[in-house]
Design a protein around this ligand. Structure first.
Ligand SMILES: Cc1cc2nc3c(=O)[nH]c(=O)nc-3n(C[C@H](O)[C@H](O)[C@H](O)COP(=O)(O)O)c2cc1C
Length: 416
């Protein structure tokens, strides 16, 4: 049985020095031009010292017109690579590997964002009284789908040139690829809709295009939902079949998570009434997928204690992923690897409005990341309400800067 300190050699030949990964967290630390700034570099230097065997960046967008938030980083044709090179180097200052998570938000764009909002079909985000923030998306044309595939591939190539060790394609949490996978958001009747083979086509085409564009030793991973935890949505049986399809390509690592903006399972709540464990939320749902998979599985969600991480490994998980816990204590992997029983104390707001509680929890984590990204910053804890207000204010100025940058650009660079 693998232990936390057992190295893992992936299909590409890449070696992870241990089984602990920092899962992706959208940092909101982009500076002018949607580039990673000094705060990002410092933050990843700290994580590198924390000894996680793998670090996955927060999502980086493949198209400057399609951002989930105006503070997101963009990497596409024409983006200067030096800031990305510095980011990768800082993350490689320890023994761990650094993969860039690449993403397209699809319909998860609020109406104040300037770009066109596109998805698999014209199904708008349904988050109760917050739904009006999200416009109804236009269904993507075949050309737009093919352009998106090429964008993922060229972003991956640029990540490799900048010195990253791999990419993770974000197919979870209700973003574009996940919108194609779910029958609730994909009502298409062409070759990208209907049966699972068709709904998974975008993901598989992206993986194949990325693989064809990068070198053999460059790792390619995918983050997938164990389930959406929405009635009629993408379920665990379909997830198991998609993992089997990915194994054929192959990919290096599949990270299993769950939920979306509509179902807050990512944070341990489930919209379809199913009960998620208080820790390692998805382990029970993922058990059958893990047992059958020939691809190493990384499991993320609710892991804060060493015994829980070890239990996940004992049940066949290849890598344990942590997000929130490593914002609270970036040195946690090192402590566990030295045999300490340290636990990250994570307190999520228990408000009746779960959507607001989830947004406040994320804002609190990001506030902590900003603190860790300052050279002097020990990373202060902020009150969730204050963190939420500070994030709203920051968003206003970030949106102004993003609009100015976007309007000063040529039309989006044509892809090769
Ligand atoms: C502030 C914050 C930002 C996140 N951003 C991303 C992201 O960019 N990409 C992604 O795949 N998941 C993102 N997540 C989800 C985490 O990777 C992880 O799946 C989730 O937080 C559950 O793991 P945890 O309980 O260890 O935090 C984010 C989570 C937080 C708290």
């Amino acid at each position: 049985m693998a232990r936390l300190d057992t190295p893992l050699v992936l299909a590409s030949g890449q070696r992870l020095p241990n089984r602990i990964a920092k899962a992706a967290m959208e940092e909101f630390l982009a500076v002018e031009g949607q580039l990673p700034g000094p705060g990002m570099v410092e933050l990843y230097r700290r994580w590198a010292q924390g000894a996680a065997g793998l670090m996955i960046t927060g999502h980086v967008m493949v198209d400057r017109r399609a951002l989930a938030d105006p503070s997101d980083v963009v990497l596409e044709n024409g983006t200067p690579l030096k800031p990305f090179h510095e980011w990768a180097r800082a993350a490689q200052s320890g023994d761990g590997r650094i993969w860039l998570q690449i993403n397209h938000p699809g319909r998860v764009m609020t109406s104040d964002m300037p770009g066109p909002v596109r998805s698999a079909s014209d199904v708008a985000v349904d988050v109760g009284r917050y739904s009006r923030l999200y416009p109804r998306p236009e269904p993507m044309t075949a050309e737009q789908i093919q352009d998106t595939v090429r964008r993922f591939a060229s972003t991956a190539r640029m990540a490799e040139t900048a010195g990253f060790d791999g990419v993770q394609i974000h197919a979870a949490h209700g973003y574009l690829i996940s919108q194609f996978l779910s029958p609730l958001t994909n009502r298409r009747q062409d070759r990208w809709g209907g049966n699972l083979d068709n709904r998974a086509r975008l993901l598989l085409d992206i993986v194949a295009a990325v693989r064809a564009e990068v070198g053999e030793r460059f790792a390619v991973g995918v983050k997938l939902n164990t389930a959406d935890f929405q009635r009629g949505g993408f379920g665990a049986d379909e997830a198991a079949r998609v993992v089997a399809m990915l194994a054929e390509l192959p990919v290096d690592l599949v990270e299993l998570s769950g939920g979306s903006l509509e179902s807050l399972a990512t944070h341990g709540y489930a919209a379809d009434g199913s009960t998620l464990a208080r820790e390692a939320y998805f382990l029970d749902t993922a058990a059958a997928i893990i047992a059958d998979s020939t691809v190493p599985i990384m499991l993320t969600g609710g892991i804060r204690r060493r015994s829980v991480a070890e239990d996940a490994l004992a049940r066949g998980t290849a890598v344990v992923g942590m997000a929130t816990a490593l914002a609270v204590d970036p040195g946690l992997p090192r402590r566990w690897l030295h045999g300490e029983d340290a636990t990250a104390q994570v307190t999520l707001p228990r408000w009746r409005d779960k959507a607001l509680a989830a947004a406040a929890a994320q804002a609190t984590v990001r506030c902590r990341l900003a603190g860790l990204g300052r050279r002097d910053g020990a990373g202060r804890r902020a009150h969730p309400i204050l963190a939420l207000i500070a994030e709203r204010l920051h968003r206003r100025s970030a949106l102004r800067d993003y609009r100015r940058w976007l309007s000063g650009q040529q039309p989006a660079a044509p892809t090769e």
